[in-house]
Design a binder for this molecule. Structure first.
Ligand code: ZN
Ligand code: ZN
Length: 278
């Protein structure tokens, strides 16, 4: 457990339950006439492995795979005849990509995509577990697409918009599905918390800037994050960013700098957009 929290670095009470539940925790996030989104924790650190499918074209993407996602997840693909067009990473940490080789073998036509700023991290990913005294992992498949900010990939009529949010890692991204339907946040944001910034090119300053990108999303947008349960922009606007992020900021700013609510409202674009909650 210490190792898990050490890597994820997230604040969130519900996470403990999720980690114990393992792959029994298969969840259907959305299943309407256009979109099918399911997720299950997979791998040694139980990162959420996510399937997003366009119901009309049957094209689908697997986002993050820290291990084998298991029967229930895979049967959604086979039972519905989905074609896995992409295997994408929210960021190149081993707990999110250790299952990529298996996925690529299972779905050889899928293109693997990682943000360009995590390119080196992705190549060296087999070395990462050693930092946590975990066994070395196998190699990862070659990256076919180096993702860039604002790039849009397509599953039929459904867009997957890439939003670069460095901080937890240099090439961390959000995937805005729809766009506007579901937001996949990786370890940039998890229910009640956010990813640590002291690993492999992480940066608290960059994360702070990245958080401003959440200000444009509507309250009812569903979030599937890197670990733990689903949440919404509205819930996080109310409970997450301000209290936890401010504690984080206070550790990294000079002690003679005074942060006040009024100052945050002026300077922090996320806070200023959440005025009604403060
Ligand atoms: Zn993670
Ligand atoms: Zn991570």
């Amino acid at each position: 457990m210490i190792i898990v929290l050490g890597l994820v670095g997230v604040v969130g009470v519900k996470l403990f339950g999720i980690l114990k539940e393992n792959r029994e925790n298969f969840r259907v996030v959305l299943d309407n006439e256009r979109l099918h989104v399911v997720t299950v924790p997979a791998g040694v650190l139980q990162a959420n492995c996510i399937l997003v499918a366009d119901k009309l074209s049957k094209n689908a993407v697997i986002v993050d795979a820290g291990g084998d996602p298991g029967k229930e997840f895979l049967s959604v693909i086979s039972d519905n005849g989905y074609f896995i067009k992409y295997i994408l990473a929210t960021h190149a940490h081993f707990d999110h990509v250790a299952g990529f080789s298996k996925m690529k073998k299972r779905f050889p036509e899928a293109k693997v995509g990682v943000h360009i700023s995590d390119k080196e991290l992705y190549v060296d990913v087999p070395k990462q577990p050693a930092l946590f005294n975990l066994p070395k992992m196998g190699s990862v498949p070659d990256c076919d697409i180096l993702l860039k900010d604002k790039q849009i990939l397509h599953l039929g009529a459904i867009g997957i918009k890439v939003i670069h949010t460095p901080g937890h890692s240099p090439g961390g991204v959000l995937f805005d599905i729809g766009p506007g339907d579901v937001l996949l946040t990786g370890d940039t944001l998890m229910m009640g918390g956010f990813g640590r910034t002291d690993l492999w090119g992480g940066s608290s300053k960059a994360l702070e800037k990245s958080f401003s990108k959440f200000s444009t999303f509507p309250d009812d947008m569903i979030i599937v994050s890197g670990h733990g349960p689903e949440t919404t922009i509205g819930y996080e606007r109310k409970w997450n960013f301000y209290s936890h992020f401010m504690k984080f900021k206070q550790r990294s700013i000079p002690s003679d700098t005074t942060r006040t609510i009024d100052r945050e409202k002026k300077e922090d674009s996320f806070v200023s957009s959440s005025r009604e909650y403060l």
